[in-house]
Design a protein around this ligand. Structure first.
Ligand code: CTP
Length: 399
């Protein structure tokens, strides 16, 4: 995927955050070319952005030292996204009118790249009818906006005007670059562990971090799906734009998955659901006097197997975490739970499984095909899983 970003920096106090944004983008594999207005340069040194991005910051459209022959045209062609952060009221006005009196405003006219603006200014300026009118013109023209956030601005006033945080701006850039092949579809994803209580202060669980399910939910939303995440206790927030039910026990997870899954095109069970619960949950904390007690467990409901029995036209995806005989165990689960495919990983391998940001899996489908994938980030793996889900949904709706 091409990932060239022209990062425009105009003269707002939030320009200092543009350095953090540039750094975040570079760390995530983007090639970033900073372009600063005169106002931007008085707020943040071009040398800072040049050092972070590894690319000279052209200081004028007509600077003969800058390598490009016709800078505004070359930058217009180079960009996959033009992101301006911060975008001042003055910049919004120029962009709305097509004024091209410096390198940044000049490259906006010849570029075919989408434009993303992160406005930042005093709340009264933001609410001024002229600014709002300009924003409206830009929006109608298909310009993307992120923020401004509400809070305390640098001038000491409360209101809308703070520039969005770098993470949110990068999220918006990634959104723009992601094809929306899941638009119109609802997906339900489960994530994390469950807790089954023994008494009011003790429970049994497993070390699932929830990161795989969260990565799938995030990637699916980005691809245009309406996503509902059913999340066990992981202490992590749901991704932006994803609705979420926070649950604790298997019973709660089942109720939430079933309710949200009724009109879903696909249900992806990435949660590590507990297989057993305590037969009788103690009403009070067990005391150590009297010695350890014997606890009886009874099976929980298998949420996915139940869904498999009432599958209708939905795509069902399971996960299998195994420590031995990976492929046979996983294949048996595909058949037993009536799944379209299962994502199987050997959790005893380094870099694979519950903790961490990577996973190494094999995907087994209902026809017995096995695809072995290399070790990759959970987010990239989410993309592979969703490619399959998208193809299966298309297949099912065509048949
Ligand atoms: N699963 C579920 N409900 C359960 C147990 C598991 O929905 N009570 C789902 C998991 O979310 C996962 C798949 O079933 O997608 C396989 O889970 P796993 O724990 O690997 O398999 P089990 O069927 O529980 O079998 P075992 O623990 O014996 O390997």
């Amino acid at each position: 995927m091409s990932r060239n970003i022209v990062l425009g920096v105009t003269g707002g106090i939030a320009a200092y955050k543009a350095a953090a944004l540039a750094s975040l983008l570079v760390k995530n594999g983007y090639t970033v070319q900073a372009v600063m207005t005169k106002g931007g340069e008085s707020m943040l040194g071009p040398a800072t952005l040049a050092a972070i991005t590894g690319r000279t910051v052209p200081d004028s459209e007509f600077n003969p030292d800058y390598v490009a022959r016709i800078p505004h045209i070359e930058l217009a062609r180079f960009a996959d996204v033009v992101a301006v952060a911060p975008a001042t009221a003055n910049f919004l006005a120029k962009a709305a009118c097509g004024i091209a009196d410096d390198l940044l405003t000049s490259l906006l006219l010849p570029t075919a790249a989408p434009l993303l603006l992160a406005p930042a200014m005093n709340p009264h300026m933001w609410n001024h009818p002229t600014v709002q009118h300009n924003v409206e013109i830009l929006r109608r023209r298909g310009v993307y906006m992120v923020g401004p956030a509400t809070g305390r601005t640098a001038c000491g006033e409360e209101g809308a005007g703070r520039m969005s945080e770098p993470e949110q701006i990068m999220e918006a850039i990634e959104d723009i670059l992601t094809p929306k092949d899941l638009t119109g579809l609802k997906l339900v994803v489960s994530a994390g562990p469950t807790h089954e209580y023994i008494d009011p202060v003790r429970y049994i669980t497993n070390p699932s971090s929830g990161r795989m399910g969260i990565a799938i939910a995030r990637a699916a939303r980005r691809r245009g799906a309406r996503v509902h995440l059913v999340m066990g206790p992981v202490g992590l927030p749901a991704p932006w734009g994803v609705s979420c039910s926070e649950v604790v026990t298997v019973e709660e997870m089942q109720a939430a998955v079933n309710e949200a899954g009724e009109d879903a095109a696909a249900i992806i069970m990435a949660a590590a659901v507990g297989d057993f619960k305590v037969e009788t949950v103690r009403r009070h904390k067990s005391k150590k006097i009297g010695g350890p007690e014997i606890i009886s467990f009874i099976p929980t409901t298998d949420i996915l197997a139940e869904l498999g029995r009432n599958k209708n036209n939905r795509v069902l995806v399971g996960f299998a975490a195994e420590t031995q005989d990976l492929l046979n165990n996983a294949a048996a689960k595909v058949a037993k739970k009536n799944l379209d495919f299962i994502v199987a990983n050997d959790i005893s391998l380094p870099g694979s499984g519950f903790a961490g940001d990577t996973n190494q899996v094999s995907i087994l489908d209902a026809s017995g095909q096995v695809e072995r994938l290399e070790m990759m980030s959970k987010y990239r793996l989410a993309g592979h899983i969703l490619d399959r889900v998208a193809a299966l949904i298309r297949q099912k709706s065509a048949s």
